[in-house]
Design a binder for this molecule. Sequence first.
Ligand code: ZN
Length: 355
Amino acid sequence: MSGQEFSDFPFMELPRGILIDKGALSKVGSVCRRFHLDGKGLIVCDSITKEIAGRGVEGSLSDVGYGSEVIVIEGATDRSVEVVNDHVSEKGDDFILGVGGGRPIDVAKYIAMVRDLDFISVPTAASHDGIASSRASIEMDGRKKSIKAKAPLGVVADTEIIARSPYRLLASGSADIISNYTAVLDWKLAHRLKDEPFSEYAAALSEMTARMVMERASDISTRLEESVRIVLKALVSSSVAMSIAGSSRPASGSEHMFAHALDAVAEKPALHGEEVGVGSIMMMYLHGGDWERIRGALETLKAPIDAEGLGVKNGEIIEALVGACSIRPERYTILGDGLTRDAAEKVARITGVID
Ligand code: ZN
């Protein structure tokens, strides 16, 4: 049965097995055996992750008798999707592995849904919560879109490899999780005002995950292998919350709309998690909540808390705040039908995001 046939049903798709460990890369083959996968694997990488992990995955698959091929993509674009899809058509790959920070995982999980293949996620960084979720961020006709994809059957995260990735990525992943606070507030608001379906379980899991990352911010900032473990578990449980909800609501609200708007207007956008973190400070202010606590946690994590930290201009922040409501009009949030320019400037100034 293809994944697409389920797209109109409240079908909860969750990862079935998760391995977070030092040296986990060498166990990818055994994990595939454990899931009784048959045939040949297609390893989707980019040019960097091919060297740091792609080859290791290839070796691990061959150790337990799987044939595999490595395909290198450039970005998570419609073009990459086409290239990988053609490969599956021509070579008849039986299962797919996404090896990377984000882009190869996005492409692999999307192809997994389109071609109904089993998908294994092998993250090489803990920079956002897409590593175990059933949504993919793909650039279509030059515009980034969040689309339905397949949740991984398994997630294999090698903490040793991820600990070697720049700390900035880990801080960004942590900020993405802290932003769950405002996403859940937006969701509750939409539930009350627009009668949008709401899941207590998904919301509670999402908030708890955000709280744990917030409370452990100073442990995470030590940049040790333990930091990687904390953030990885949080990213996985945030993805699970989205799977339970059947939408990205538990982890994506107005702060994500702000980030997407900033991506569109900024000359040099920052990392996804960095942008949503700053967005979350401002959206928490709009919700009348404790925005200073969010800012404090981001500061402890050494994640950006203002325009300067993001490397964007004050004007771009205002532009993004004003435009954020039109990013996803069907998603009701605290932004309502939009902020006026004056209101946008006020929230950005009061929260210290611009000076
Ligand atoms: Zn996010």
